[in-house]
Design a protein around this ligand. Structure first.
Ligand code: DC
Length: 231
């Protein structure tokens, strides 16, 4: 895939959607194509969740009181983006089921969201950005130039997640993985604070039947169209 020529036009792309539907893969590839910065906001929630687990913060109040001792950032390591927690590269520790479940819990806390949303908006001041998460097109950047809402059928997402776990040497039970996908969807869409929902002006991309290449082509087409119409 060729990168688009550098452009001095600043563009914000918001990618939201359900868990395990390939948001980060597509966001990373689009950021590369567009010479934009990629920001994985899920990793920021996961970093705070890791802090809460390590420090046994069992109540929402305890998490909120710790926010002024938490710094979340990003570093580049071998061309990839790693999330940092108080300066420590924690990328290798945040992708577990335990941290994912804790992230789902702490991401429902209003103060935690306000803390991270402010940082995410500041990142958008710097230059072109492709940000993925759950509330990017609705809350973080309601004026984003392009909003994509990614989705795929739960059974398909569960199968992809199942295959990833098998590839990691684990022995998951498909029905458990599917139940986990459905639980996560329910929590993400039913929490009081910034529930996952599609922005009215978002373009829905259902990738249940799309190949990764087909999806990328479609998204590049949408990006190019945005670039041509916005400027
Ligand atoms: O995308 P992910 O699985 O890494 O996200 C981890 C958790 O954080 C997930 O439960 C949803 C939540 N999250 C959120 O509430 N808002 C975001 N912008 C990104 C993630």
């Amino acid at each position: 895939m060729v990168n688009r020529k550098s452009s001095n036009r600043k563009l914000i792309v918001a990618i939201d959607g359900y868990s395990s539907c390939g948001k980060s893969t597509i966001a990373k590839a689009l950021a590369k194509y567009a010479n934009a910065t990629y920001v994985d906001t899920g990793a920021m929630y996961r970093a705070i969740a890791l802090y809460a687990l390590r420090n046994r913060l069992e109540t929402d109040e305890a998490v909120v009181h710790s926010l002024d001792r938490i710094q979340v950032g990003f570093v580049r390591v071998d061309g990839a983006q790693h999330v940092t927690l108080n300066g420590e590269d924690v990328e290798g520790q945040i992708r577990t089921l335990e941290v994912g479940n804790a992230a789902s819990r702490i991401s429902a806390i209003r103060e935690v969201r306000a803390f991270l949303v402010a940082q995410q908006r500041a990142m958008g001041e710097q230059g072109s950005i492709v940000m993925d998460g759950r509330d990017i097109g609705t809350v973080v950047f309601p004026n984003a130039d392009l909003k994509l809402f990614l989705t795929a059928r739960p059974e398909i997402r569960a199968q992809r997640r199942f295959d990833e776990l098998v590839a990691k040497g684990e022995s998951p039970v498909y029905e458990d993985v599917l139940a986990d996908v459905n639980d996560r969807d329910y929590r993400d869409t039913h929490r009081a604070e910034s529930p996952l929902r599609q922005a009215e002006d978002a373009i829905v991309v259902d990738n249940s039947e799309l190949t990764p290449e087909g999806q990328m082509e479609l998204i590049i087409r949408l990006y190019e169209k945005t670039l041509n119409t916005k400027h």
